[in-house]
Design a protein around this ligand. Sequence first.
Ligand code: GLY
Length: 573
Amino acid sequence: MRKILLIVGLFSLIAHVHGQTNFSIIGPGKEVNPFLYAVQKRGEFKQAAVSSAHPLASMVGAVVMKKGGNAFDAAIAAQLVLAVVYPNAGNIGGGGFLLGRKANGELIGIDYREAAPEKANRDMYLDNNGNAQLNLSQNGHLASGIPGTVAGLFATLVHAKLPFAQLIQPAIDIAEMGYVLTEKEAASLNGVKEAIAKSSTQSNVFVKSTKWKVGDTLVQKELASTLKRIQQEGQKGFYEGRTAELIVAEMQRGNGIVSLNDLKNYQAKMRTPLSFNYKGHQVISFAPPSSGGILLAQMLKMTERYPLNKYGFQTKKSVQLMIEAERRAYADRAAFMGDPDFFKVPVKTLMSDAYLTKRMSDYDSEKAGVSADIKAGVIKESEETTHLSIVDAQGNMVAVTTTLNNSYGCRTVVGGAGFLLNNEMDDFSVKPGVPNMYGAIGGEANAIQPGKRMLSSMTPTLVLKENKPFLVIGTPGGTTIPTSVYQAIVNIIDFNMSVGDAIDKPKFHHQWLPDEVMIENDFDADTKEQLQKMGYKLTARGSIGRTDGIILLPNKRRDAAADKRGDDSVAGF
Ligand code: GLY
């Protein structure tokens, strides 16, 4: 009898595991072929759409929805694929924020931002003379906060429909069989090879003696094994057991401080999303520990009472007004914003009409503002993050922004586990009140404390029109994230642009300090000259952000757009 029971039990276990993992959509001849894929910048889809930093992630997200998953399932599967095919910023060693709105109107904010380890302290990056050692907060083991992404994926699972074992299978398959590199990816890996070799203690797949070329296949067996442990053991497959041991062993080899306890105790947190009105639309964005939602609200509301559409798109008048709103919003950032579990952030005041009207009371349309006249400070942040926007057939909307901070994080690959760790500790103010080597200033609000989450700029955003889903949007770009989302929303609402045009138009960025306007190379030359004549300092720079968005059209079709600036790509059906 006991023997029969054992055999029946074994059979049901095999059937269960098989049933859950039998989600074979990756490979030649299957729905998603990692050896043959193309970037698709635009798409109008009848039911569901994804826009993300990589074609394979968007395709997997769309197939997951086609096979019965919703936008939350797609968000989990697509993020896991990004962790394989977009090691610059896709991750399991970093963190992020997920903002969702269910078709029934329920709002969801999941904070899986990295946290400072228990051995961290506010002076940990200062030398004996009190000087900030930015090399340590930016490169190698000590730069890493406790990763949050895997906890975030499991917190998202509550809203999903398919088993996690299925949702992670495409990522495992791509890691195991490999995927072909695009030209941009090959160049990016060549650029970072040396830094990864320097910051890692064991050999890894990213570093090889010859140069990466377009069309090369990147196979990640160790990462596949890590993903399988998560598939089999759930969240514990990352935060406890073998993976946690590998992370801690890596820390010990490289003088890092993330401990087994830090990993075991890490939890994603639910945050109430911020919500405000802008010209007849309801805008929903992320609350602290991201500064993004507050900054977006401040900038939109500071310029709301001005007729931007009459001023014209990127004319001197409209750009100057928006620059002055950006300057004032960013001046508030370091003084007032940090992890709300450690610092009381005056969210309501910062977003209130009365405060923002007062903030613009010294605005002069004839004169360039001067940052020295405006108080508070700002923190320099890296720009390598990644965003995905998803809408499903039911009208659930999900916006996720996730990051390792720098491109490839702290450049340390966890030996035997095959993934990169973040360098998010650098998003704390390494030395409160004192400018760092980039001339940026941090405040007490964002000083390092064990367990605290570092201030972010990530701005996953949803917009409703007449209380119905209208727009899902977000971007990477460090401190340029809130200004990019701000300008894309203004382009759509005030200048009546399609989501694709709104995203691709040239961007400008002012963040209070340094007191200059950064502009993309294709920014209008006449407007540039007129602003310079007014006294603004304009500095040309490379691209700003990689915004991915979806608009729900009046005919209910999903108009998806991926930024022209990267390999970003849309998919849907
Ligand atoms: N590390 C970029 C951000 O969180 O804003």
